[in-house]
Design a protein around this ligand. Structure first.
Ligand code: NAP
Length: 310
């Protein structure tokens, strides 16, 4: 029986592991199919405190892993397919290979995956002119045109943020009205650098000879016309999919699937904690996820003390 199983190896998971390991809880991390989480898909991270010159996303995650391992965290590759709470109070964690692990407490730090359009070359373009994070990557696109896809709060927020850097921000939306809240929509549409492209979808990402984004093919959904729009980067803001479905009824979620925390990082199931993007659709930053990972470990430690594990 494990004291703490942490599911997920992003900023929240590794930070939870550092704290749990230093509290002598001997944590086990189960890493899913994207070890290191979303930061492994970005290039330079300039907003994580402590790295004034910036740090590459994959290196930051490798360092977090090393820090967790330094204090005795064990990391196993395993895809979790389900979690159940046993009558005795512990958790049974079901893995894809058919085996089950048992833990007294579980920290879910499985993150959220940005939704993409599903175009053929998008995987190879991530980090080369295709991203889902304006806060992370916006500053790399100074004085060049960029595009944001989406019509929600995220798209408007990202578009407004990007006007600090880009020469022009095209806001490409599949309808002719924004879904975003009025204040954010008004702010975006009033910005002279933002040009909405209504009733349109991106049907192709076009690359230059180095494999970097150079343009998109736009398809007008009203008249079917196709056109090419030159941009250096596409910021996809068509929502995120939190990775918590495997928890079933153990957690309550909001209408978008984000886990609802009851107090701190606690969920409705005693002994089950949630940290980072799987429970946070508001901030979604590396540092806020790390902060929640820390909180979850401290709360798991207190819960274990309450049930007599020291
Ligand atoms: P969202 O509200 O679900 O909006 C997603 C947008 O992407 C919609 O405009 C949708 O179009 C479009 N879309 C979805 N699938 C698409 C596809 N396959 N192709 C093209 N367009 C597609 O997502 P979000 O903007 O990330 O916001 C998520 C939640 O976080 C919301 O509750 C939001 O209010 C909140 N949020 C709040 C803030 C803030 O308050 N500061 C900032 C960001 C997010 P349709 O409109 O046609 O459906």
């Amino acid at each position: 029986m494990e004291n703490v199983i942490i599911i997920g190896t992003g900023c929240a998971g590794y930070t939870a592991a550092v704290y749990a390991a230093r509290a002598n809880l001997n944590p086990l991390i189960l890493s899913g199919n994207m070890p290191g989480g979303q930061l492994t898909t970005t290039t330079e991270v300039e907003n994580f405190p402590g790295f004034p010159e910036g740090i590459m996303g994959p290196e930051l995650m490798m360092r977090m892993q090393q820090q967790a391992e330094r204090f005795g965290t064990r990391i196993e590759f395993a895809l979790v397919t389900g979690v159940e709470k046993a009558a005795e109070g512990h958790f049974d964690i079901k893995l894809e290979d058919g085996t089950t692990k048992q833990a007294r407490t579980v920290i879910v730090a499985t993150g959220a995956s940005p939704r993409h359009l599903g175009l053929p070359n998008e995987k190879s373009l991530i980090g080369h002119g295709l991203t889902s994070c304006a806060t992370c990557d916006g500053a790399f696109y100074r004085n060049v045109p960029v595009a944001v896809i989406g019509g929600g709060d995220s798209a408007c927020e990202e578009a407004s943020f990007l006007t600090k850097f880009a020469s022009k921000v095209y806001l490409i939306h599949r309808r002719d009205t924004l879904r975003a809240s009025k204040i954010m929509a008004d702010r975006a549409l009033a910005n002279p650098k933002i040009e909405p492209v209504w009733n349109s979808t991106v049907s192709e990402y076009l690359t230059d000879e180095k494999g970097e984004m150079r343009a998109v093919t736009l398809e007008n959904l009203v008249n079917g016309e196709k056109s090419e729009l030159e941009i250096k980067c596409v910021f996809v803001a068509i929502g995120h999919v939190p990775n918590g479905a495997f928890l079933g009824d153990l957690v309550d979620t909001d209408e978008n699937g984000y886990i609802l925390q009851t107090k701190g990082t606690a969920t409705k199931t005693v002994g089950l904690f949630a940290a980072g993007d799987v429970a946070d659709h508001v901030y979604r930053q590396a540092i806020t996820a790390a902060g929640q990972g820390c909180a979850a470990a401290l709360e798991a430690e207190r819960y274990l003390a309450d049930i007599g594990v020291h």
